[in-house]
Design a protein. Sequence first.
Length: 93
Amino acid sequence: MPTDYSDVEKQARGNLRRTLDETLGEHPEVPVAPQVVEGQPTAVLTDAARDADLLVVGSHGHGAFAGMLLGSVSHHCVQQATCPVTVVRAGAI
């Protein structure tokens, strides 16, 4: 069944903006380069971090094993990224 990806992208951009607003809080001057990218999360993240000084990921997502200490995406990034990776627990910041 066809999907209107413009709606998906619009929703993703809105979610990203809200997350940045919440995360930056009183420090909106912190430089960030937000991007919405289509693709498999582990590949997108490790590719984007290829020339980075640091990749920061959450400890786990909302998959079938949400109670795990380390999710599959964060685990893959720790194993495959070419830069240091920091894994942050939810609510730790």
